[in-house]
Design a protein around this ligand. Sequence first.
Ligand code: TYD
Length: 203
Amino acid sequence: MRGLFVTFEGTEGSGKSTQIRALAEFLREQGYSVVLTREPGGTPIGDQVRRILLDHANDEMHPRTEVLLFLASRAQHVEELIRPALKAGKVVLCDRYADSTLAYQGYARGEDVSELRRLIDYATGGLWPDLTFWLDLPVEEGLARLDSKNRLDSEALTFHRRVREGYKRLAAAEPQRWVRIDGTLPRAEIQEQIRKILLARLK
Ligand code: TYD
């Protein structure tokens, strides 16, 4: 039996991490075997790459270097953690994945989106999520919720607006995979919606 690969996407401060933790706890109570992970990172090698990516000391990083580091982290993540978990029939909940690369490095940073898709396919061996939740809210609202900013959080407002626009396009292009959730709703309501949709998929 193959498990279910579920990813969470959104601009900064969209509340993904809080939602994903509550969801993992709920699913475990329901008896599902759950792997909760995130990108960049998710493995010891990936976490080392994460530090390079988010460090303000690396403000001079070239956009292609940035892409390749996100993909290096992802390649390791897929082979070491995600694919084995799916093979074992688990539910994998991942905080950001390939769509973040398309939205941030592609639509926002301006790297060629179809080229990025090819590189992502190479890095992941073609593994795409079964289901993607997009917690959508105005970028100003999300940024106001952050208490510290990493290298990418510190990009200009226009950058984050392009990220949001990117998600909009990605979701529109693949409506069978994407579920948009109104990120301005109360936390409990968001969790309720996510649970309902996910349980329907798991049955
Ligand atoms: P993180 O602190 O995990 O942010 P968040 O809590 O918003 O998920 O930092 C991850 C940052 O990396 C975030 O700004 C999004 C960015 N990112 C990319 O630009 N490309 C990618 O492929 C991924 C996975 C993340």
